[in-house]
Write a protein that binds this ligand. Structure first.
Ligand code: 13P
Length: 251
């Protein structure tokens, strides 16, 4: 009897790498194969392009199994907030996921846990599934503070009303150690097991899926894929190259 492959989630975080033209050309060139890949591998694939391309890519994949995500949203709902994008606006173009709390926003844009909690609330009210990123710095890791840091970053989650009954996944949590992002370094299997087994014990909303992110490439994916507690991957640089992204889904 053939077994259905395990259903992993793969999120391509394109960060600020592609222009609108480059992102839409990628989709024109590889979109059909991406849909076939999702079906063949029983995978949930979510593309997170920059805001300029989000609407056109979301429309391109309407009525297909490919989903899209914004890379961030405002902690405000509407009003005089130049340069920000509301959860309502993201929902209005049909995107169904949104990344919040990415370490590049926490460190470069000063996003606080309070602001991230507000973003989460705005997303849930607009029917969008949050992809919450958490992760410790190299210094936190060296001083044995990993779980304390993650606990602080998740402190507000238990009081958030996750009642989005229509969402197939209420919340995605991506463990992305800051020291692993863009460095080629990944945690050991023992480190991953410690973090993910702890995440399983802290009473996250039922149906939450747990992802790993940070230097996921075809050279590094073996170890996180061997950890049964990990439901998927948040992929930066390696998701820009279709062949490499395909290798990761296929691995
Ligand atoms: P890299 O895969 O390029 O290390 O980026 C990880 C990341 O930040 C995904 O959100």
């Amino acid at each position: 009897m053939t077994q259905t492959p395990r259903s992993y989630v793969y999120i391509a975080n394109w960060k600020m790498y592609f222009t609108f033209q480059e992102a839409t050309a990628w989709v024109e060139q590889h979109g059909k194969q991406l849909e076939e890949l999702a079906a063949q591998e029983n995978a949930k694939i979510i593309l997170a392009p920059s805001m300029s391309a989000l609407q056109s890519i979301t429309t391109h994949f309407q009525n297909t199994p490919i989903n899209t995500a914004a890379q961030d949203c405002s902690d405000r709902t509407t009003g005089a907030f130049t340069g920000q994008n509301s959860a309502r606006d993201i929902a209005s173009i049909g995107a169904t996921f949104c990344i919040i709390g990415h370490s590049e926003r926490r460190t470069l844009q000063g996003d606080t846990d309070a602001a991230i909690a507000q973003k989460c609330s705005n997303l849930l009210q607009s029917g969008i599934t949050p992809i919450l990123c958490i992760g410790e710095s190299a210094q936190d890791r060296a001083s044995g503070q990993t779980l304390q840091v993650l606990q602080a970053q998740l402190s507000w989650v238990s009081s958030m009303p996750f009642i989005s009954s229509t969402a197939s996944i209420p919340l995605l949590i991506a463990y992305e150690p800051v020291w692993a992002i863009g460095t080629g370094q990944v945690p050991t299997l023992a480190e991953l097991t410690t973090v993910f087994s702890w995440l399983k014990t802290i009473g996250l909303p039922s149906g939450t899926r747990l992802l790993y992110g940070g230097s996921v490439t075809s050279k590094t994916i073996a170890s996180p894929k061997s950890c049964p507690l990990i439901d998927g991957f948040l992929i930066g640089g390696a998701s820009l190259d279709f062949q490499e992204f395909k290798n990761l889904v296929h691995y």
